[in-house]
Write a protein that binds this ligand. Sequence first.
Ligand SMILES: [Zn+2]
Length: 324
Amino acid sequence: MLQNKLADEQKVAYQILKNGLKNNSFVHAYLFVGEKGTPKMETAIFLAQSLLCDQEGFACETCDTCQRVKDGNYADLIIKDGTDSSIKKEDILNIQEQFSKTAIEAKERKIYILNMIENATPEALNSLLKFLEEPSEDVTAILICEQQDRLLPTIISRCQMIPFRKTLPNALLQKCRNENMNELDAYLLTYLVNNYEQISEIIEDENYQNARYLAISVLEKMILSVHEASLFLQIEGFKEKKGNDRAQFNYFIEILMRFFKDCLRKDCECQSEQWQELIRQYQKKNCVQMLSVCMQIKDKCNKSVNIKLLSDQLMAEIRRCSHE
Ligand SMILES: [Zn+2]
């Protein structure tokens, strides 16, 4: 049941939707925001079911209506997906035209779902804005995006925002633990990829192993001196003879980002004593800024820049924000 999954993994989204459905407070437009991989589309379908199903609150997921919504056979539900090709102005105008007519289904509620609206053309977004500005009682919009900052503020302000957070797949982590995998590897890799086969492959990969060694060493050395950590990385890090330096650097920066994110959270599921101790050591450090440095560097890593230079730049920036 999706309802249970939401309650477990997406607590904020679950509560907002639950309250809205309970009070029958119909919102004209919802905006689902969350990283790639979060269950936004599934939840959009589930919300559509819940708005149409005869059961109070969340949808039963089994009745004829719920089934047809899920299978894409519900006449008053239109879904446009901007993942592969952007949503065009004509798409919005078509929805508008179809929904200006009397509902086809008996429920008289019409719903449209637009996925990846940040990829819509500017003309499409303008038409959408006009559509949202003249809400009609029987039409509900569910808009989905990964990057909220690429949307017009005027669109955001007309929607009820529902945030989705990337969660750790606990079942997968548990499976790795049951297979006696090293706890820290299990934890880091569960975040990076989403199936056990890939995890067992990467764990053997020299690029990953070297990146993990470098990342943990750098974090340990940085407790005392970022300068020392930089020197270490210059000597030990990212030599092409040790495999693929770009792949290594990618793992390296992902591990650092995971670490700084964990430092900013109240609890972290990782049971590795080494990781937990490192987090304690960084409590008084400026982890927000270090995380943002890592994110900027990671962006550049996908472009064709020299990895050695990028690694030097990373350490220089971290040194600056730790005021050494
Ligand atoms: Zn139902």
